[in-house]
Design a protein around this ligand. Structure first.
Ligand code: GZL
Ligand code: ZN
Length: 339
């Protein structure tokens, strides 16, 4: 029912528009026949994005916008500027506008049940991307495509073990534990929770590895810098910094170098995203491990949105391909990252 109304609205709107135009420029305007209207009238996707807090995020937005343009999909883009209430407002406007599909990046896992219920009542399918949501009724969204943050956290933990379990002989025998600082991403976001959980899972059977400091830098470079100023004041025996994203890591590197410390040498640094600046730092020996989190999911997202618009089902859970870059790799082989 909703679909017919929507089609009629669109066609009716286009016909009125054509009449207006043709009355303005005489009857020379070519009237499009119905099939032409159908063909040109690509699906309308409402896309609610978190904001532009990092290079990763802006690349992710660009990837979706480019893919939509490529496929002739009409994208209604809303930037929530890091606020969940703005995302909920955007989803409600997509519902009012009767878009064909809603695609959104939930800034945090909770608080989406009501607005997703409204989308379902309006017959609009929802694709969740990048970050996950916790909802009572899993049927409130059609599927998820994005990053496996638990795996990213595990890979970070494995790198720490690899680094220190082998370096044991180099450590001074009096040193019986490894001090770790964690820069946490956005509080309540599935990716920060996953990165923290995966990391702890790997280290839990090694009590000599201690997370002595863990605070949220909200994935922001500026907050990464501020936290580094704080923990470098508090501790002088930090062995590892595990940062949930490159943006915060760049802030840490700046703070360390201001204090004459050598990032990647005096303190082992593991970072996630793999934006160009992090790969450059890896090449300079300023970080020791860069875990890729793939932002270029636009083509996949638009493909799934088109399936949903056509009434087809999609996979409930789809992870994107990601790799890990180590200081011991042949770093000359890494392609330009594009973000
Ligand atoms: C990860 C994504 C995170 C990135 C950050 O999937 O949600 O948000 O790691 C970004 O850079 O801010
Ligand atoms: Zn151990």
């Amino acid at each position: 029912m909703v679909l017919i109304r929507k089609k009629f609205r669109k066609q009716f709107g286009i016909i009125i528009f054509m009449i207006l135009i043709s009355s303005l420029i005489g009857c020379s305007a070519q009237k499009k026949d119905a099939s032409q209207i159908e063909k040109d009238d690509g699906i309308i996707v409402g896309f609610s994005q978190i904001g532009a807090e990092s290079a990763w995020r802006t690349c992710n937005t660009r990837s979706v916008q480019d893919a939509a343009a490529e496929r002739g999909v009409q994208l209604v883009y809303a930037n929530a500027e890091q606020k969940q209430e703005n995302q909920i407002k955007a989803l409600r406007s997509f519902i009012a506008y009767q878009v064909d599909v809603i695609v959104f990046v939930p800034i945090v896992t909770d608080g989406w049940d009501n607005v997703l219920q409204e989308a379902r009542d309006a017959g609009i399918p929802v694709l969740v991307t990048d970050r996950k949501i916790d909802v009572e009724d899993q049927s409130l969204y059609a599927g998820f495509i994005g990053t496996d943050s638990l795996k990213e956290g595990r890979n970070a933990g494995l790198f720490v073990l690899d680094t220190f379990e082998h370096k044991r002989e180099q450590l001074d025998p009096a040193k019986d534990h490894i001090n770790i600082v964690e820069l946490f991403g956005t509080e309540g976001s599935s990716v920060a929770l996953g990165r923290a959980e995966g990391f702890r899972e790997v280290l839990k059977s090694h009590p000599e590895y201690r997370i002595v400091y863990s605070k949220s830098g909200d994935f922001l470079r500026s907050k990464g810098y501020e936290l580094a100023v704080e923990f470098l004041e508090m501790y002088d025996d930090i062995d590892v910094i595990y940062s949930h994203n490159d943006g915060m890591t760049l802030g840490v590197i700046e703070a360390m170098e201001e204090r004459g410390l050598r990032p990647g040498k005096d303190i082992v640094i593991i970072t996630i995203d793999a934006q160009q600046a992090a790969i450059d730092a890896l090449r300079e020996g300023k970080v020791n491990c860069v875990i890729e989190c793939n932002p270029k999911t636009g083509p996949e997202i638009i493909k799934l949105a088109e399936k949903l618009a056509a009434g087809e089902s999609i996979p409930r859970l789809q992870y994107v391909h990601e790799q890990v870059f180590y200081e011991t790799d042949d770093l000359s082989l890494i392609e330009p990252r594009g973000y």
